[in-house]
Design a protein around this ligand. Structure first.
Ligand SMILES: NC(=O)c1ccc[n+]([C@@H]2O[C@H](COP(=O)([O-])OP(=O)(O)OC[C@H]3O[C@@H](n4cnc5c(N)ncnc54)[C@H](O)[C@@H]3O)[C@@H](O)[C@H]2O)c1
Ligand SMILES: O=C(O)CC[C@@H](O)C(=O)O
Length: 467
């Protein structure tokens, strides 16, 4: 067809010319990526790639040194990828986010309502980490922006770090090492312990907490845990009914809860006072979970014998000499304490974890952009349909993200109804619903009207038509 017509979605021009031909993409500049990645993505040999847009028009901003595995996956699709090692100051972030369809971040980039309001072309956010507290998930969903994360690719790395910290704290190894670096030989055994037979109290028995449970039992520790939901104990671990029970019994307390309003200052002066005299605290969850001035007091008094902190209420956006009292007023107090391990949020920072996260989130982004699948999304209902094949001519996939209110499905189906709806799936999550339908008997000319009719519905949040 020479009369190329176009639909614009989020700054992407969906070309209608040759829309329904059997070519994998209407765009002559697109080349199917080769290698193992695409063979995993296309489960059937004749699967059709749904991409009515020029892949080179997809603009992706990757911040915070997202792993090279993700970059390769995204670049192999032909997308334009802009990569930055650090996070960006808010004004620069706002400037850049206006233009992109996809943003990939880790824990430092705050995608607040203020920032997301400017992201007029944004389709999807990839959090290349576990935590998603840095993103306004609800605002994103209400504007049709799907968010993916990697729920457990770095869990083992965090659990291993905590095992190391338990031993380092029990043996005051950090202090001995610092002393040797300063030329001091200080061979002591006073208040240095084996971990065998000691009780580890795990707060939050999810992916990380449960891994840690298994590892610490293997080292001879007794494990108790507290969680807001009843969870099956692994090995000989025991769930305790209250946080106070855990704090009173544990020699080592370790935190593995998400950042939530309920977990803010979960450990403050009162909770520290319940902990055993001479016990230890480890926080590799989020900085807001521990009241740091209260911890400083409890360590100064000797009630808490040692602590390890990997996360802080304010963390620098980039590497450098930024961990000072301007960033957090109590910085100098922390630095003056003995037997306190301070690490720069590296719980999940291993080669294994970062490349696994890069592949997992990179692939989820490609599936979403090309096929509309929300499997694994954290703020949208999970919707997916089996792929279209090259044998299915004149088929299109309609994706309609809409407000979850009565009567919408009737309206949508009356728009789709002139065609054959081969398969359809719809699900809702709170106020937002996601509908995906594969319809056949669609001519090139029908696509624009399908799109415009769906766009005209008052319930519409975002419409995409893939073919
Ligand atoms: N330091 C790092 O580099 C690093 C790496 C990965 C994850 N994290 C942090 O660790 C957190 C936990 O990770 P995960 O993968 O184990 O999460 P998860 O979701 O698998 O488990 C969290 C557990 O905490 C429980 N929980 C929630 N609120 C609670 C409360 N008030 N009291 C007790 N339990 C509560 C939940 O029921 C769940 O079982 C993440 O949310 C992230 O913030 C940090
Ligand atoms: O890599 C990061 O920045 C975050 C690591 C960790 O806190 C997570 O949430 O996965």
């Amino acid at each position: 067809m020479s009369d190329a017509r176009e639909i614009e979605v989020n700054g992407l021009h969906y070309t209608l010319s040759n829309a329904l031909s059997l070519s994998a993409s209407p765009n002559s500049t697109f080349h199917s990526p080769s290698g193992s990645y695409m063979s995993r993505m296309t489960s059937r040999p004749s699967a059709k790639q749904l991409k009515p847009f020029n892949t080179q028009d997809i603009k992706i901003l990757l911040l915070e040194n997202v792993n090279v595995a993700a970059r390769e996956i995204l670049e192999s699709q032909g997308y334009q990828v802009e990569f930055h090692k650090a996070s960006l100051p808010e004004d620069e972030l706002i400037e850049k986010i206006r233009d992109v369809h996809v943003i990939g971040i880790r824990s430092k980039t705050k995608l607040s309502e203020k920032v997301l309001r400017e992201a007029k072309n944004l389709l999807v956010i990839g959090c290349f980490c576990i935590g998603t507290n840095q993103v306004d998930l609800e605002f994103a969903a209400k504007h049709g922006v799907t968010v993916f994360n990697s729920p457990f690719s770095n869990s083992r790395s965090v659990a291993e770090l905590v095992i190391a910290e338990i031993i380092v704290l029990a043996r005051q190894l950090g202090d001995r090492s610092n002393e040797m670096h300063n030329g001091t030989w200080n061979k002591v055994s006073n208040k240095c312990w084996e971990i065998r037979g000691k009780t580890l109290g795990i707060i939050g028995y999810g992916h990380i907490g449960s891994q840690l449970s298994v590892l610490s039992e293997a080292m001879g520790m007794k494990v108790i845990y507290y969680d807001v939901v009843p969870l099956m104990a692994l090995g000989s671990a025991k769930q305790v009914p209250t946080l106070k029970d855990l704090l009173k019994q544990a020699d080592f307390v370790t935190l593995h809860v998400p950042e939530l309003p309920e977990t803010k200052n979960l450990i403050g002066a009162e909770q520290l006072s319940y902990m055993k005299n001479g016990s230890y605290l480890i926080n590799a969850s989020r900085g807001s979970v521990v009241d740091i001035p209260a911890l400083v007091e409890a360590m100064r008094s000797g009630h808490i014998a040692g602590a390890a902190l990997d996360v802080y209420p304010s963390e620098p956006a980039a590497n450098g000499d930024y961990f000072n009292s301007t960033l957090n007023t109590w910085g100098d107090d922390l630095r003056s304490l003995k037997n306190l391990i301070l690490s720069p949020h590296i719980g999940g920072s291993t080669e294994e974890a970062q490349s696994a996260i890069g592949v997992e989130v990179g692939e989820a982004l490609v599936r979403y952009i090309n096929d509309g699948s929300t499997i694994g999304a954290v703020n949208m209902p999970e919707v997916s349909l089996r792929g279209l094949t090259l044998a299915e001519e004149n088929h299109v996939r309609v994706i309609f993200i809409h407000s979850n209110r009565p009567g919408v499905l009737r309206q949508v189906n009356s728009i789709l109804g002139d065609h054959n709806v081969d398969k359809q799936m719809s699900d809702s999550r709170g106020d937002v619903a996601y509908l995906m339908a594969d319809i056949s008997d669609v001519n090139a000319g029908d696509i624009k009207s399908l799109y415009e009719n769906l766009e005209s519905l008052s319930s519409k949040i975002m419409t995409r038509v893939l073919y």
